[in-house]
Write a protein that binds this ligand. Structure first.
Ligand SMILES: C[S@@+](CC[C@H](N)C(=O)[O-])C[C@H]1O[C@@H](n2cnc3c(N)ncnc32)[C@H](O)[C@@H]1O
Length: 173
């Protein structure tokens, strides 16, 4: 195969992957819009934050996996739930490159996931999607678990604390 044909083939594959990514983003109605791990790092350093001792972290709608990798590098058990297979694949590739054994990506709808094993959840998804999993999260996660949402709130539920644009909720039974 000559170089020109190979280049066209690679471009076509990339185009198909990008089109697939756009279609799935449109179906899920929540586009991938990444947020900053360094900002969440600052929140974690806040002395008022009451984090559990051994952390089982989950990023709900994990996008390109940056928060899962960030959490795994801190030594947390880290998992991400991502609907978009292209983003899940890309996240898994990065996890493989970093050789992180404590990081997992579940390629599925977070509404169908069981959250009982996690005690620290991070969410950066639109309010309407958050309302859809509010009851599930607060009933499945154990007492004292921490849920941090970026920008958006759980409907009329007041956060226990607010640091910058992050809303902090503690699960109470
Ligand atoms: C705004 S992005 C945030 C990505 C990442 N958490 C961050 O902060 O950089 C929201 C992500 O949620 C994913 N998503 C939307 N609805 C979902 C669902 N029902 N189940 C799983 N993932 C979903 C989208 O594909 C997108 O990657």
């Amino acid at each position: 195969m000559n170089l020109a044909i190979l280049s066209v083939l690679v471009c076509e594959i990339l185009l198909i992957l990008f089109a697939g990514y756009l279609v799935i983003s449109w179906i899920s109605q929540t586009p991938f819009y990444p947020s900053s791990t360094s900002k969440l790092d600052k929140v974690l350093k806040d002395p008022s934050l009451n984090l559990p001792e051994h952390i089982n972290f989950v990023d709900i709608g994990s996008g390109d996996g940056r928060f899962v990798i960030w959490a795994a590098k801190k030594g947390f058990n880290a998992e991400g739930i991502e609907y978009n297979p292209f983003l899940s694949l890309y996240s898994r590739f990065k996890i493989f490159v970093w050789r992180l054994k404590n990081a997992v990506i579940h390629n599925k709808d977070f509404k169908k996931h069981d959250f009982s094993k996690y005690n620290f959840a991070y969410l950066y998804i639109f309010s309407e999607h958050m309302d859809g999993i509010k009851e599930k999260l607060f009933s499945e996660m154990s007492e004292g678990s921490v849920i941090i949402t970026n920008s958006f709130k759980f409907g009329d539920l007041h956060p226990d604390a607010k640091i910058d644009k992050y809303n902090i909720y503690y699960v109470k039974k």
